[in-house]
Each structure stands twice: as C-alpha cells, then as structure tokens.
Design a protein around this ligand. Structure first.
Ligand code: RB5
Length: 153
C-alpha cells in the first residue's frame, strides 16, 4: 500500500480530515502536515511541508487541498521532483498518474464535495505510471525544472 501525505489550509482542512479518515479506515498510512483547524493560515507553508515529505522519501504520493487547489498546485510545482496536478475531474486524476507520473494531487474544498473528492483520490492513488513514451516526456519536465533548455532542442 502506498504511503501518503496530506495537507490543507484553513479552506481545505475539513475535507482533508474526512478523506484522511476514510483512507485510514482502509489501512493507508498517512502523514498529515496540517493544518488542523479553521484558523487562517498560509497555504505555501503547508505545500512546502508536504513536498519535502515526498522529496525526503517519507511518502510516495501527496494530496493538497485549499479553497480551489490552484494555490497549492502553484506552490507544489515550484519544488524539484514534484509534479502536481490540480484537477476536479476523475479522468485527469487518473491520466496524470499514467502519463505525467504526477506525485501530488490538488483540488479545492470550495470546488468539489466529499464524494467527488474521494473519486479523484481513488483514481489518483490506484493508478500507476505507464512509463514507455511518457517517461521521455517526464524527463523533459525534469530538464525544464533543471533549466537544461538544451535538452528541449
Ligand atoms: C484561502 O482563502 C484561499 O485563497 C486558498 O485556500 C486557495 O484557494 C488559494 O489558492
């Protein structure tokens, strides 16, 4: 079973806690980087803690929730080794694992309800990267990340 890490700001923590409870009941090991209340907080700090958990090798996949999912995905994608996808449709949640080897899923508590959110999470965590032709494309994402723009010529 994949090791997961979850994080949310004040606009996403209630949905995080519900999803975490469901995944824990299923036996998933989950690291929770907060936040733990409706008190206003700064989503970039949470995104950073979650990404570090992944790049340190303590979790394989992450789930970030804020009001829209957008701010979290912007912050997450600034981290080397992180490929974050912000989506509210299950097709993209599945395909971003298959094609982009995404390791962080982002969505918004003000956008999706618990039912759809669980479908997004299930699609994301149950799908494997396809590799093959997609591996070369992901390596080009890494080249951009490393500012190795010669690799893109
Ligand atoms: C908080 O009000 C909100 O800005 C935040 O949760 C998120 O949606 C940012 O992208």
């Amino acid at each position: 079973m994949k090791k997961l890490v979850m994080g949310a700001d004040h606009a996403g923590y209630a949905l995080k806690d519900k999803i975490k409870a469901t995944l824990s009941e299923r036996g998933y090991e989950i690291i929770d980087v907060g936040t733990f209340s409706a008190e206003s907080c700064k989503y970039p700090l949470i995104a950073h803690d979650l990404c570090k958990t992944i790049t340190d090798g303590k979790a394989e996949l992450g789930i970030l929730i804020c009001g829209t999912g957008v701010g979290m995905s912007m912050c997450a994608n600034k981290h080397k080794g992180i490929r974050a996808a912000c989506t509210s449709d299950t097709f993209s949640a599945r395909l971003t694992r298959m094609h982009n080897d995404a390791n962080v899923l982002c969505f918004g508590e003000r956008v999706v309800g618990y039912g759809l959110a669980m479908e997004l999470v299930d699609a994301f965590i149950e799908t494997e990267f396809e590799g093959g032709r997609h591996a070369e494309r992901v390596s080009l994402i890494n080249a951009i990340e490393n500012e190795d723009f010669d690799a893109l010529k």
